[in-house]
Write a protein that binds this ligand. Structure first.
Ligand SMILES: Cc1cc2nc3c(=O)[nH]c(=O)nc-3n(C[C@H](O)[C@H](O)[C@H](O)COP(=O)(O)O)c2cc1C
Length: 357
């Protein structure tokens, strides 16, 4: 196989999603049939990257996208974590092999079309066929629990409402939010563009001003009900304005790096399948991540009230799902029909991603 083919495969694979569009990977072309993906995570400075798991899920999404892209060239793709590479900087060795009669993965046309939709969607219910294909998409190691009727969506809306209060009042989370938004932008190569966040332009202006310092955020939250408008626009309304919410649950507990990478592969198949069905999707990962903290007995903040609230959200989430506290949750999202978002995250250029320095 030629280098041009490898370049084309990588060029498509870089459209895989990652938390806050961090793209925690660099590519290396090792030989004409071998690639290395140098993964990393952001756990040192991003509160949401609990033990690097969201980044590891993004690595999985990338490898799955690479596999789907390679099928377009009749190439199968085998991967393994390079022995001895550390969990916070795993190297994935990818071997490509030509199989002339390999069929092209039907998800291939949707790699570049898949996009996050954070704005309200239509409430048109899922058809039986859509529900069935979405539950089969992640494969037999996962089940998909669907929250669709008005009562369930209202319960999810309440969960997200409480969850967002933590997000917006936690000083450690503020540092992350401050750095990930590209203000005034419709497109962003390495962050979230302001227009894709899901608030109206006036609220965005206000958020930009308030978020310049933690003391402004605190003042606003304490005296001016600063969390109310963003919570209504970013959490409560979108939770109701969709076809439903999906929870991806692994049949075996998630423990190792490989488990999270495989969960990311399942997530990407689910997301691409939703796209192929004419649906949009938005991950709702913060309640999952906060529950990871709570169930690992780990503190998220120096503020003890916030740690207590995390415990409550974790229990409420389990109540909603009907799950015990040792059941693993991998991915939570909402889906629905909507127009294509006019604003989206783009990606770093391939030459930047191929630069290992
Ligand atoms: C593991 C993971 C967690 C994510 N969590 C959230 C989330 O909680 N809320 C959200 O709006 N988007 C979330 N996203 C979506 C990313 O922000 C988005 O995929 C990225 O910015 C790239 O944009 P695109 O998907 O439109 O290409 C998540 C994505 C991944 C892979």
């Amino acid at each position: 196989m030629s280098r041009d083919v490898l370049i084309e495969i990588l060029d498509l694979a870089r459209w895989a999603p990652s938390g806050d569009n961090t793209q925690p990977w660099r590519f290396e072309i090792v030989a004409d049939d071998r690639l290395a993906v140098h993964g990393y995570d952001t756990r040192e400075h991003v509160l949401y990257d609990f033990d690097g798991h969201p980044s590891q899920m993004a690595h999985g999404a990338l490898i799955e996208t690479l596999r789907i892209a390679a099928s377009g060239y009749q190439l199968v793709c085998e991967w393994r974590v390079r022995p001895g590479s550390p969990d916070n900087a795993p190297v994935y060795d990818i071997q490509l092999r030509s199989v002339p009669d390999l069929s092209v993965d039907p998800l291939l046309p949707y790699i570049e079309k898949r996009v996050v939709q954070r704005r309200p969607m239509r409430m048109t219910p899922l058809s039986a066929e859509q529900r069935n294909l979405l539950s089969l998409a992640p494969g037999s190691n996962y089940s998909v629990q669907v929250f669709e009727n008005m009562t369930d969506r209202m319960r999810v809306a309440r969960l997200l409402w409480d969850n967002a209060y933590i997000r917006l009042t936690c000083p450690e989370a503020y540092q992350v939010h401050r750095d990930i938004i590209e203000w005034g932008a419709r497109f962003s190569h390495d962050r979230l563009p302001e227009e894709a966040i899901g608030v109206d332009p006036m609220t965005a202006k206000l958020m930009k001003w308030v978020m310049q310092s933690w003391s402004r955020v605190e003042f606003f939250n304490r005296y001016l009900l600063g969390t109310v408008v963003p919570r209504i626009q970013l959490d409560f309304i979108p939770a109701l304005a969709c076809a439903g919410h999906l929870l991806l649950k692994p049949r075996k507990p998630l423990n190792s790096l490989n488990d999270y990478v495989e969960a990311g592969m399942a997530m990407q198949r689910l997301w691409l399948t939703a796209t192929s069905l004419g649906l949009h999707l938005q991950p709702e990962m913060t309640p999952v991540i906060f529950r990871w903290y709570a169930r690992a007995g780990r503190k998220i903040s120096a503020n003890s009230e916030i740690n207590t609230e995390i415990e409550l959200v974790a229990s409420r989430f389990e109540g909603l799902v009907g799950a015990s506290n040792d059941q693993s949750f991998a991915f939570f999202c909402r889906v629905g029909q909507s127009t294509v978002p006019i604003s989206r995250s783009l990606r770093k250029s391939l030459s930047e991603l191929l630069n290992l320095n």
